[in-house]
Design a protein around this ligand. Structure first.
Ligand code: SF4
Length: 353
């Protein structure tokens, strides 16, 4: 079973998604960065709306040809932390494993846009074996995050081989997959794929979704197949100007995900990838949105707002802090969901050894 038909550069014009007057623009962008959108996502695009949030995520635009001074080819420093091909080892207890650098869609804001959809898209068997060997030899590694690209583009047989190899490493506790397939190409979530994910160890699936309109009936069905197999589902969302930088949109997205049994995990501040400045909000905007969400939805619907520190220093939470010290009283001032402020007693004096 294959996924939806993929539309590349010229198909966007023949499919009526982009006007023929933009052919040159599409060619220029496609010469720099991969372009593809699945039929499932193309069907969601409102071609009469030039600010359509789905179109903004997948259709190339001239703005991508503008490079901001602060932008980086490798915004989160994957290369710096890659000891062997396909592995990124940034934190002691976990590694990324990138067996494939292809995706069903190419997001115009992608943080790995310099490498996805380009040459050397798959790890060959020898490289994959050496990546497994790297994990086997390091007992401190507890979690493997299988990412890419999109690992759910691999044939279920290949996914099963990866799972079996990782399942046999005694010190591993968790195998986590990061994917956009259940939303962007949901027909790939077949019973065979779900069976391939069966393991003794805990297997988590983290689904990338940015707008409530992506949560179609087919996407809900795909998520249900995974959750019925006992696989815990989480989500990650990128905060994007013109797509979801609105508390009402984020609320609908996170409520929709939770109703699909998907726990919102991360809200990413957009990375400094080349040609993506038109997507980035300020951190103050992100914090305002997070504060607004706190007043509107339960904790189940609130992901952690994070920034991947440029250069490869890892993710840190950047949500506004609800508690500030009050001087000279030593008490705390705590902000509630509606913006009201309340006093909390000073910390007890505890003698230190
Ligand atoms: S699915 Fe992920 S890796 Fe692929 S293009 Fe989108 S952001 Fe990049």
């Amino acid at each position: 079973m294959t996924g939806a038909r993929i539309l590349g550069g010229a198909d966007l014009i023949s499919g009526g998604l982009v006007g023929p007057d933009r052919l040159n623009e599409i060619r220029q962008v496609a010469a720099e960065f991969a372009v593809a959108v699945t039929e499932d996502m193309a069907e969601l695009i409102d071609v009469d709306n030039d600010r359509d949030p789905i179109a903004a995520q997948f259709l190339p635009s001239r703005a991508e040809l503008t490079e901001a001074e602060e932008e980086l080819a490798d915004p989160i420093g994957d290369e710096r932390w890659s000891p062997v091909p396909g592995i990124v080892h940034r934190h002691p207890d976990r590694v990324l494993l990138k067996p494939i650098l292809l995706c069903p869609v190419y997001c115009r804001f992608c943080f790995r846009r310099e490498v996805v959809g380009k040459k050397a898209a798959m790890l060959d068997r020898a490289a994959l074996e050496s990546a497994f060997g790297y994990v086997r030899q390091r007992p401190q590694i507890w979690e493997v995050i299988v990412t890419g690209g999109d690992p759910f583009l691999l044939a279920p047989r290949r996914i099963s081989e990866i799972i079996r190899a990782l399942d046999q490493i005694p010190h591993l506790g968790v195998i986590r997959f990061h994917t956009r397939v259940p939303v962007a190409d949901p027909r790939r979530v077949t019973p065979t794929l779900v069976e391939a994910l069966a393991a003794e160890k805990a297997v988590y699936v983290v689904i990338h979704a940015n707008h409530p309109r992506e949560l179609t009936a087919k996407a809900r069905e795909a998520a249900l197949k995974l959750s019925r197999a006992g696989i815990p589902l989480l989500s990650q969302t990128v905060l994007l100007r013109g797509v979801n930088d609105d508390a009402v949109v984020l609320e609908a997205l996170f409520r929709g995900l939770v109703a699909m049994r998907v726990k919102p995990y991360y809200l990413h501040h957009a990375d400094l990838a080349r040609g993506t400045s038109h997507f980035r909000t300020g951190i103050v905007t992100g914090q305002r949105l997070v504060r607004a969400l706190r007043g509107r939805v339960s904790g189940l619907c609130q992901p952690t707002y994070v920034l991947d520190i440029p250069g490869g220093y890892g993710k840190v939470p950047i949500a506004p802090c609800a508690v500030t010290p009050d001087y000279p009283s030593g008490e705390w001032l705590v902000e509630d969901g509606a913006g009201g402020r309340h006093r909390y007693p000073a910390d007890p004096c505890i003698a230190e050894d």
